[in-house]
Design a protein. Structure first.
Length: 329
């Protein structure tokens, strides 16, 4: 039996593919390579294409004995989602419809879904619990919430069981040094900070210093991408054992400000990393910290790479070896 990973060439997808291969799972990847990189897929069967292409889905499900799906394929830029909501509804929501319909007709009844803290919007309190209200403040989060809800109704109607994993801030790179974070355009804090010691930018911009936090900069919950990947495997095992659909947060439970992140990166890289305070980026909540107690208690998730310094060190190792990202080193 094989696990189909949609979007398996992306940042979190490729680390999850690596974790599946490390436990000798058969893996099938579909990725349209709009954001993903084929070099990031370390094994398995690869199909280049889009999940909205129903002929491709027919082929992939016919050629492989798929028992479960891990679904990453989606657009995920908050700013872009506000400029072009149609793109996000089409790729994320319609894409999920195509996938779920194919799963239904093929009798595949297990899906692990890559969701986001953006489903909560501006949290009323931290740490954020899964039972807290979901009021997305951007189209990206809204489409992910719509996908979660769609899965719930596919479970009710067709018995397709799902686990939605709401990620906080993924960071770092695989310890094997082969895969890491390479987005185009890059918008994420850690790779942008590391572009300074790599000589690719003069300084890092701090988006706002007037937030109601101790140093005035936004606080986020950073988690090593391989700990995130491990949670997908636990969710898969739970569904294979006949478990019920569920929603879990994934974070470290600890918050770090933008200034603290830059300081840790200075320590790791030995570079002064100049920083310049700029205006706030619209839509950024002041503080996002997850409670991940539910997945720890119910699935025994045990994130082991919990020092921020170690997380940034893994990212730094990868970026030093791949200064231009994939395909260009
Ligand atoms: N930031 C800067 N300067 C930069 C880049 C980011 O100060 O050059 C700040 C942001 O304002 C934010 C923090 O660093 O306060 C982290 O920003 P990221 O863009 O790395 O991450 P976000 O918290 O904005 O986004 C993440 C995911 C999104 C998801 C969101 C909410 O990347 O996909 O969490 O769940 F939607």
């Amino acid at each position: 039996m094989a696990v189909l990973v949609t979007g398996g060439a992306g940042y979190i997808g490729s680390h999850t593919v690596a974790a599946l291969l490390e436990r000798n799972e058969s893996v099938v990847v579909i990725d349209n390579l709009q954001q993903g990189h084929q070099e990031a897929v370390l094994g398995g069967v690869f199909y280049k294409g889009d999940i909205r292409d129903t002929d491709l889905l027919d082929k992939v499900f016919a050629e492989n004995d798929i028992d479960a799906v891990i679904h990453f394929a989606a657009n995920s830029l908050v700013g872009e989602s506000m400029q072009n909501p149609g793109k996000y509804y089409h790729n994320n929501v319609f894409g999920a419809i195509c996938l779920l319909e194919k799963m239904k007709t093929s009798g595949v009844k297990k899906i692990i879904f890559s969701s986001t803290a953006a489903t909560y919007g501006e949290p009323e309190s931290v740490p954020v619990l899964e039972s807290d209200p979901t009021n997305p403040t951007n189209t990206y989060g809204e489409t992910k919430l719509a996908m979660e809800k769609m899965m719930k109704w596919f479970d009710v109607a067709h018995g397709v069981k799902f686990v939605a994993l709401r990620y906080f801030n993924a960071a770092g790179a695989h310890e094997n040094g082969q895969i890491g974070e390479d987005h185009s355009p890059e918008t994420h804090l850690v790779p942008l900070i590391l572009q300074v010691p790599l000589g690719q930018r003069e300084h890092i911009a701090i988006y706002g210093e007037d937030y109601p936090t101790p140093d005035g900069t936004c606080i986020r919950d950073y988690l090593h991408v391989s700990d995130l990947a491990d949670a997908h495997i636990l969710a898969l095992d739970m569904l294979r054992e006949g478990g019920e659909s569920n929603v879990y947060n994934l974070g470290s439970g600890k918050g770090f400000s933008v200034k603290e992140m830059i300081e840790v990166a200075r320590k790791v890289t030995g570079h002064p990393i100049p920083a310049i305070v700029q205006a706030r980026r619209s839509g950024d909540p002041a503080v996002l910290i997850a409670s991940s107690d539910k997945i720890k208690q119910q699935l025994g998730w045990n994130p082991s790479r919990d020092s921020l310094e170690a997380i940034i060190q893994t990212a730094w190792n990868w970026h030093q070896k791949h200064p231009e990202g994939y395909g260009k080193q």
